[in-house]
Design a protein around this ligand. Structure first.
Ligand code: APR
Length: 248
């Protein structure tokens, strides 16, 4: 791992348009469970039953009870960890410009990154399915499920359910920064969900160095990514940032 950390420091030191693509793995150390693998949400619940727009339309109270209520408490309590803070530090150092995140927890913004593209939307806001008003999740009265808007419309997370399109601006901007980046850091994603998993492909085709940070190999390893640093996001980012600061 030492040699790969040194290689990443050498690749990032001259970079000025680095981009990160992040997934659930970066937020595990903040207490938010992943979707797949040991302890993953999809081991406990069938995603097509509780995270598909059709299942929400069929029975919003059930989805609210299972997904939203559990997730709300966990996300409310979560704070950025060294993985998030490391990416924010790379922005301060003028190396990283943008974070494309599949996460809906808002932790990159809380850590200080200023250009965070929320590819799967956010949990910080709920949206009325009748009048389209957005309401901060912290203001939603979840004592009655599904919660209602003042117009009596049903509230839903402003996040992307399976079966829904990626927000057009998020998709367009992600493709744009991926095509312009000089280094892409792929942190804590299994890279199995499209179209997010195609962003490293766009970066690679544009000539960028693609570096994975993950304790496990992924669908990108040995193909699209140049190398995998097998470790936890927090530990690896601490070592990379320390090495970059030592070079200044
Ligand atoms: N640091 C970095 N990566 C980690 C860590 C850690 N401490 N712990 C686990 N990982 C890795 C796992 O090895 C796995 O590859 O994080 C990845 C998490 O993968 P998933 O649970 O599949 O999450 P993600 O890739 O973000 O899922 C994509 O799928 O269910 C949908 O919409 C949901 O945004 C989500 C999308």
């Amino acid at each position: 791992m030492d040699a790969l950390i040194a290689r990443a420091i050498n690749d990032l030191a001259p970079a000025r348009r680095a981009v990160a693509l992040t997934g659930a793995g970066i937020s595990i150390d903040s207490g938010i469970p992943p979707f797949r693998g040991p302890g993953g949400l999809w081991e406990r619940f069938d995603p097509m039953e509780i995270a598909h727009i059709d299942s929400f339309m069929r029975n919003p109270a059930k989805v609210w009870k299972v997904l939203v209520k559990d997730l709300k408490d966990v996300i409310d309590a979560a704070r950025p960890n060294d993985g998030h803070c490391g990416l924010a530090r790379l922005e301060q150092l003028g190396i990283l410009t943008s974070v494309i995140t599949q996460n809906i927890d808002g932790l990159h913004q809380m850590a200080g990154n200023t250009d965070v593209i929320e590819f799967h939307g956010t949990f910080a806001w709920q949206r009325c399915m009748q009048c389209d008003r957005r309401i901060a999740t912290s203001k939603v009265d979840a004592s009655r499920l599904p919660p209602r808007c003042a117009c009596s419309g049903i509230l839903r997370p402003d996040a992307v359910f399976f079966g829904e399109m990626i927000p057009p601006v998020a998709l367009w901007r992600s493709q744009e920064v991926a095509a312009r980046c000089d280094v892409m850091l792929v942190v804590g994603t299994s890279a199995v969900v499209q179209p997010a998993a195609s962003m490293p492909v766009i970066a690679k085709e544009a000539g960028a160095v693609v570096i994975e940070i993950n304790p496990e190999p992924t669908a990108l390893t040995g193909g699209i990514s140049d190398y995998l640093i097998q470790g936890k996001a927090g530990d690896v980012m601490n070592r990379i940032v320390a090495g970059l600061e030592a070079k200044r």
